[in-house]
Design a binder for this molecule. Structure first.
Ligand code: HSE
Length: 439
């Protein structure tokens, strides 16, 4: 019989425990798919005493992740502790330097130290697999790295954070506020311990930086990602979007442009008919626009123990089979520095919601300022002033919402026009601006 792949797992939280269970449950299938058995031989976690409902009988217990990483009796070190730094970083480096393969679900670590780790993997001959770091059970890393190795990729974009999609879905469907939906997401355990990581877009940015590297052969650079979260989105934006044939999603978009590679995370209006617009709740989805082929959209669970464990075990199976793809699909030294396209030169359609003075000439002023910047208006709607107290506003023209959709223009043109409108004093408050992404 072929020798089993001996696996050591660091971290026995929701995902780690599920990986141990899944390897046990699928042992026969794994053995036949990989041509050899896969066995968990050692683990480590912060607390040995914690009840996990796992049978760890016969499995060794290492005192620290480093001890496990340097244990000569394991072939594959699985890092499921999380965190962008220690102890995960040193443990993975140690495992790779001793010639072991590594599997991790750690998006923060891969976004920050992925290149250094990939270099160590190349040098010492081990695999570094991180399918679970992006979109959990959705095999997007493998799709970009291997499945589309022969296809030039022009754009990859998706819903990469379940918490944000859950919040936006409930806001749209039930007319609830952002704050109410966030509270529910926390109660249901979707949001990260610090919800700002989700709702301010940083979780999506880390995942996008990894996808962009795989798609475009560039060095992973989280710093090159423009990030805007969803906390400014109001139920009236979602209502207006729906009436205009759009839905608002927090998208991570990486796209090749004439000015370089744009990597951006922001609330985005997508046509209601697009595949990505159908994705509701905590589900994730990624669309890939490849040269010469229609878009490919992968949809599935992007978080949770079972979904993440599914990807981790698939990565372990690749190690057992002896498949060793270069972590970012190319040797690290061949990855190009990212040429960051400046956001102010971003081109696309825009949704703009203004609170405008309801007096003769206001619409004309707004239209003039847009025309000065050569911005063409696709549609313009003025609404009744919902909930504006007429008595409180007595003596002044009550502000009314004006919603504009523009044809493709540049971001700096939009902001120049809005600055001018603000100087004209025909609007109150800050305009709401949401970029439109066409499919
Ligand atoms: N907090 C993340 C989400 C978990 O909501 O999608 C997976 O990265």
């Amino acid at each position: 019989m072929v020798a089993p792949l001996k696996v050591g797992i660091a971290g026995l939280g929701t995902v780690g425990a599920e990986v141990v269970r899944l390897i046990e449950q699928q042992s026969r299938t794994l053995s036949s798919r990989c041509g050899r058995p896969v066995r968990v031989v050692a683990v480590t976690a912060r607390s040995k005493a914690k009840k996990r409902g796992l049978d760890l009988h016969g499995i060794g217990w290492a005192k620290t992740p480093l001890e496990l990483a340097s244990d000569p009796s394991i072939d594959c070190f699985v890092e499921l502790m999380g965190g962008a730094g220690e102890p995960a970083l040193s443990a993975i480096e140690t495992a790779l330097k001793s010639g072991k393969s590594v599997v991790t679900a750690n998006k923060a670590l891969i976004a920050k130290h992925g290149l250094k780790l990939a270099k160590a993997a190349e040098q010492f001959g081990g695999a570094l697999n991180f399918e679970a770091a992006v979109g959990a059970a959705i095999p997007i890393v493998k799709t970009l790295r291997e499945g589309l190795a022969g296809t030039a990729i022009n754009r990859v974009y998706g819903i990469l954070n379940g918490t944000c999609n859950y919040i936006l879905t409930r806001m749209e469907q039930e007319g609830l506020s952002f704050a109410e939906c966030l509270k529910d997401a926390q109660r249901l355990g979707y949001a990260e311990a610090n919800p700002s990581f989700d709702v301010d877009g940083h979780d999506t940015a880390q995942k996008l930086a990894i996808l962009a590297s795989l798609a475009f052969g560039t060095r992973v650079s989280q710093g090159a990602v423009y990030v805007e979260g969803i906390s400014s989105i109001a139920p009236e934006d979602l209502r207006a979007a729906a009436e205009l044939g759009y839905r608002v999603k927090l998208l991570g978009v990486a796209v090749r442009t004439a000015k370089g590679i744009e990597q951006r995370v922001h609330p985005t209006m997508v046509p209601k008919t697009s595949s990505i617009a159908q994705v509701m709740g905590v589900t994730n989805a990624v669309t890939i626009d490849g040269e010469g082929i229609p878009p490919i959209t992968l949809v599935g669970p992007g978080a949770g123990g079972a979904a993440t464990a599914s990807a981790v075990v698939a990565d372990i199976a690749d190690v057992a089979r002896g498949i060793r793809a270069l972590p970012f699909g190319r040797p690290v030294e061949k990855l190009r520095a990212i040429e960051k396209a400046p956001m102010e030169r971003h081109e696309g359609g825009y949704y703009i919601r203004l609170m405008a003075r309801d007096l003769a000439g206001t619409a004309a002023t707004i239209a003039t300022r847009l025309a000065e910047q050569k911005i063409s208006i696709e549609s313009i709607v003025q609404r009744h002033a919902d909930g504006v107290d007429a008595v409180q506003m007595a003596g002044k023209a009550a502000p009314v919402p004006v919603i504009l959709i523009t044809y493709a223009t540049s971001e700096d043109a939009v902001y120049r026009a809005l600055d001018a409108v603000q100087r004209d004093k025909v609007i109150s408050g800050r305009p709401q601006v949401i970029r439109i992404e066409k499919n």
